[in-house]
Design a protein around this ligand. Structure first.
Ligand code: PBG
Length: 330
């Protein structure tokens, strides 16, 4: 006998499927929503003019000269994305990362140009030395070690120079101890008390930064970043990092990468209640791109699912190379 015709009707008081019955019903009870203004678009700014060079391991992401970075910011704003995060790729690198605070370097020039030509856009700058040192480390190397305090001095110089060029937010990503307090104090002493600090507070030593180092030409020439970036196995330590950065004056705290660390995002948001950002990093982006290029996943759905998961975990702000695509897809 055909079971379809002989089934019993269960006497259920709860049927959770009712609320999944139509798209209007699903939209009515949806718990998590994305909006374009929570996205931050990273831009890699290089020297020259008219340069728009695709990063091989990050399809759809480009090294851009200042004029092209301005166009990218315009495109972002047109799609509803209101914040950009600038990374510099200078021609000149040395052992102290001096281009990080050169007022004519790509980032400083891009800050001024974007502020001038794209009104309303929020300019955030990555503060680190790895894109500026010839050895590719995030700080000053002394006796094969990344020396904390001398590195902080350099990060302070970079932050001041970004603020002086007009950055709204400086975002230290180096993971040196004490840099948030030092940067806050130096900014305040120079009248930049309205320049905010987004701290990469819980930044893990992750394999998912691989494609970024391709984009920013910042892979370390020797050694690795394990003496300053966090061990992926630790979460309680992330809370200590965040707590210290807040004490030192961070306005926004970030967890990075995003998807492999959603538990950390949730705990940081619940514990501190601060504006919390998560960085959907290069490797997370490139994995989706590569699978999509093979036809193995539906890129649009996978992208929105990942970003929704990051939001659901508690992130208020998502840094993602998908910012413009996602904003258009909403
Ligand atoms: C350091 C920095 C890195 C990223 C952001 N800032 C690289 C690193 O720590 O090696 C990674 C971002 C990404 O992978 O998308 N300036």
């Amino acid at each position: 006998m055909n079971p379809i015709h002989t089934h019993t009707t269960l006497k259920l008081t709860k049927r959770l499927r009712r609320l999944r019955h139509s798209e209007s019903m699903r939209a009515l009870v949806r718990e998590t929503r994305l909006s374009a203004d929570m996205f931050v678009l990273p831009l890699f700014v290089c020297e020259g003019e008219g340069v728009r060079r695709e990063v091989p391991s990050m399809p759809g992401v480009f090294n851009l000269s200042v004029d092209q970075a301005v166009r990218a910011a315009e495109e972002a704003v047109a799609a509803g994305v209101r914040s950009v995060l600038l990374f510099g790729i200078p021609d000149h690198k040395d052992d102290i990362g001096s281009s990080a605070y050169d007022p004519e370097a790509p980032v400083q020039s891009a800050i001024r140009a974007i502020k001038r030509e794209v009104p309303g856009v929020l300019v955030i700058t990555d503060v680190c030395l790895c894109e500026y040192t010839d050895h590719g480390h995030c700080g000053i190397v002394i006796d094969d070690e990344i020396a904390n305090d001398p590195s902080v001095d350099q990060l302070v110089r970079a932050s001041i120079s970004h603020a002086a060029a007009g950055a709204d937010i400086v975002a230290p990503s180096d993971m040196m101890d004490g840099r948030i307090g030092a940067i806050r104090q130096a900014l305040d002493e120079r009248g930049f008390e309205n320049t905010a600090i987004l701290s990469y507070a819980a930044k893990y030593c992750s394999a998912f930064y691989g494609p970024f180092r391709d984009a920013a030409d910042s892979a370390p020439k020797f050694g690795d970043r394990r003496s300053h970036q966090m061990d992926p196995a630790n979460a309680a330590e992330a809370l200590r990092e965040v707590e210290l950065d807040i004490e030192e004056g961070a306005d926004i705290v970030m967890v990075k990468p995003a998807l492999p660390y959603l538990d950390v995002v949730t705990r940081v948001k619940e514990r501190f209640g601060y504006p919390t950002a998560a960085y959907h990093v290069s490797g997370e982006y490139s994995m989706l791109k590569a699978a999509a290029q093979h036809g193995w996943i539906d890129e649009r759905r996978a992208m929105l699912e990942c970003l929704t998961a990051i939001r659901r975990a508690g992130a208020d702000i998502i840094v993602t190379y998908y910012a413009v695509d996602a904003a258009k897809a909403l």
